[in-house]
Design a protein around this ligand. Structure first.
Ligand SMILES: Cc1cc2nc3c(=O)[nH]c(=O)nc-3n(C[C@H](O)[C@H](O)[C@H](O)COP(=O)(O)O)c2cc1C
Length: 198
């Protein structure tokens, strides 16, 4: 298993995979690790559909403008965020450590979102979805798998394929498999270029 630094160094977008099938236990563990990502108030609005079925992967590939890494991987994670569901089930996420204070926390959260438009809620959830995605990519890499995050897809077509509600936001599709290519070397801003020290 790689450390976080090793996984970040090794991770590159992989668009070609071998035919190897990833055991479901590994996929579950990768999702479990990703679920440790933090979110404000611990709301965790992320959800994921794991697509392993070959026919469904091809339909998903069509919705992703034919990107071959969709059908070519062992599985595809369809990450989405659902703030309506998340806010309707706050009891599941408020930490038991709050004890009798839990009701107050729930009121605080619902009060906060009461001034949000539906679109603002979607955008708020969307940001949390990307934290989840980042954890997922590193967790997959730590297990020795390659991934390809993708925004190149038609979200409405993907919603229809899986019967997702209109308000579900899709931060990314992430294909996963055993790499059959190395990917491009990292090409990143230097620390100095992206940082301002005050
Ligand atoms: C949210 C997100 C969406 C992306 N969408 C696509 C995509 O649709 N197709 C694709 O080939 N690569 C996609 N990429 C991959 C990026 O191009 C890639 O991460 C970037 O060039 C850096 O390369 P690396 O991932 O190999 O380090 C996406 C990456 C992210 C994080």
């Amino acid at each position: 298993m790689l450390t976080v630094t090793q996984a970040a160094e090794a991770r590159k977008s992989i668009r070609k995979y071998t035919d190897a099938v990833i055991p479901e236990a590994d996929l579950r563990e990768i999702i479990r690790v990703a679920s440790l990502a933090p979110s404000p108030w611990n709301i965790q609005p992320w959800r994921v559909i794991v697509v392993q079925d070959a026919e469904t992967k091809l339909k998903l590939q069509e919705a992703a403008f034919g990107q071959p890494q969709v059908g070519g991987g062992s599985a595809v994670f369809v990450i989405y965020t659902d703030m309506t569901e998340a806010l309707a089930n706050l009891d599941e996420v408020i930490h038991p450590g709050f004890g009798e204070g839990a009701a107050g926390v729930k009121d605080q959260i619902l009060g906060h979102f009461s001034s949000y438009t539906e679109e603002a809620k979607v955008q708020w959830g969307r940001a949390q979805g990307y934290t989840f995605m980042g954890y997922l990519l590193l967790a997959a890499q730590a297990h020795g798998y390659g991934t390809s995050p993708m925004l190149g897809f038609n979200p409405q077509a993907v919603r229809e394929l899986f019967g997702l509600p209109e308000h579900a936001f899709l931060p990314a599709l992430v294909s996963i498999g055993v790499p059959a290519e190395e990917g491009f070397p990292h090409h990143r801003h230097s620390v100095d270029a992206l940082t301002r020290w005050v």
